[in-house]
Design a protein around this ligand. Structure first.
Ligand code: ADP
Ligand code: MG
Length: 387
């Protein structure tokens, strides 16, 4: 895999008095009163920001928040200023826009070590379109570029890819670097995108609601893993395809044939204990037998990737399967197994179980790690300078 240059290679000479465009992932959840309900992403961004501040750079911080359609006040980054200021120990200046005259003025008046937070880059549709003119405007206020937003690295947007055409060096932030390293450690190369050399036995656990959203992941993993464990809502499409009764459970009728072909491919690998489900009942979690057989199987592994909860974990009643797998993985991690959790809901489930810090790696960039597993490249990473 092509290693990428890290921000850590930049010295005070490179950074002092320089304006750095730092693309971070500050996409934190806000409640109806614009209060931050989980500041994980802000805290995760701090090491790179602080490093740049300490080296005397002028930090121009950009991020998206939510999926706004045009300028949408409830997706403003303004509510983040107090928390950022507190964590950085320096007053963060906020702009009302991410491009334009005001931004230019504020950027020009930043002291060395100062931080300017730009308004949500997705207030412009040009961001997601990776519009070159917009990227140029974003880049125009800065001298160099740091990308620490792994979560959006699978998208070629103006602030993640476009700006690299105008700013050099373009390097990876510490968080981005760490995620690249973890994924490489289990053999997920960046250029080939495939899981190449994980420690064996290598298991993948795939769950979640629909098989249609995980086809790429399953197919790519099937070629790599020793053990593939399926759970979550998608399992019923497989059950039905095998002729089991599934009651009212979630089934994607148009994916039955695909399920058959995946089962054929998996054959010796798939562990899918199936019982018939009574009419009118809906499968909402894996049962005790599955928990037991999954756990026994996982005991034999050295590397485990998990994406997709085992049940509708949002309800306490149906969280038992997901919790049990999370607990099992935490236990295995303590014994030296490499465990990687990817996917928004999967990470939320592990956090809810209070086990997030017990795993080898939790990917906040759910989408990005999944696309890596599917063998896609990450434009936001590829665009950075090689190490
Ligand atoms: P991730 O975000 O980790 O990639 P997904 O988005 O694919 O995971 O799936 C998460 C969703 O799957 C959760 O909202 C959960 O309630 C749902 N789910 C899990 N098991 C079932 C089931 N048996 N029936 C319906 N939905 C399910
Ligand atoms: Mg999800």
């Amino acid at each position: 895999m092509a290693a990428k240059r890290s921000v850590g290679t930049l010295t005070e000479t490179d950074l002092k008095e320089k304006k750095v465009f730092l693309r971070a992932d500050l996409n934190v959840p806000l409640d109806d009163n614009q209060k931050i309900t989980d500041d994980n992403r802000i805290r995760a961004s701090v090491p790179t920001i602080k490093f740049l501040m300490e080296k005397g750079a002028k930090v121009i911080l950009a991020s998206h928040l939510g999926r706004p359609k045009g300028v949408t006040p409830k997706y403003s980054l303004k509510p983040l200023v107090p928390r950022l200021t507190e964590l950085l120990g320096a007053q963060v200046v906020m702009a009302n826009d991410c491009i334009g005259e005001e931004v230019e003025k504020l950027a020009a008046s930043l002291p060395n070590g100062g931080v300017l937070l730009l308004e949500n880059v997705r207030f412009y549709k040009e961001e997601e379109k990776n519009d070159p003119e917009f990227a140029k405007k974003l880049a125009s206020v800065a001298d160099l570029y740091v990308n620490d937003a792994f979560g959006t690295a699978h998208r070629a947007h103006a602030s993640t890819e476009g700006v690299t055409k105008y700013l050099k060096p373009a390097v990876a932030g510490f968080l981005m670097q760490k995620l690249i390293r973890v994924l490489t450690a289990v053999g997920i190369g960046l250029s080939c995108g495939a899981v190449a050399n994980p420690k064996k036995p290598f298991a993948a656990i795939v769950g979640g609601s629909k098989v249609s959203t995980k086809i790429g992941v399953i197919e790519s993993l099937l070629a790599k893993v020793d053990i593939l464990i399926l759970g979550g809502g998608m399992i019923f499409t497989f059950y039905k395809a095998q002729g089991y009764a599934v009651g009212k459970s979630l089934v994607e009728e148009d994916k039955l044939e695909l399920a058959i072909s995946l089962i054929q491919k998996a054959k010796s690998k798939g562990i899918v204990p199936a019982s018939s489900i009574p009419d009118g009942w809906m499968g909402l979690d894996i049962g005790p037998d599955s928990i037991k057989s999954f756990s026994q199987t996982l005991d034999t592994t050295k590397t485990v990737i998990w994406n997709g909860p085992m049940g509708v974990f949002e309800f306490e009643k149906f969280a038992a399967g997901t919790d049990a797998i999370a607990k099992k993985l935490a236990e295995l991690t303590a014994k030296g197994v490499t465990t990687i959790i990817g996917g928004g809901d999967s990470v939320a489930a592990v956090e809810k179980a209070g086990l997030a810090d017990k795993m080898s790696h939790i990917s906040t960039g759910g989408g990005a790690s999944l696309e890596l597993l599917e063998g896609k490249t990450l434009p936001g990473v590829m665009a950075l300078d090689d190490a």
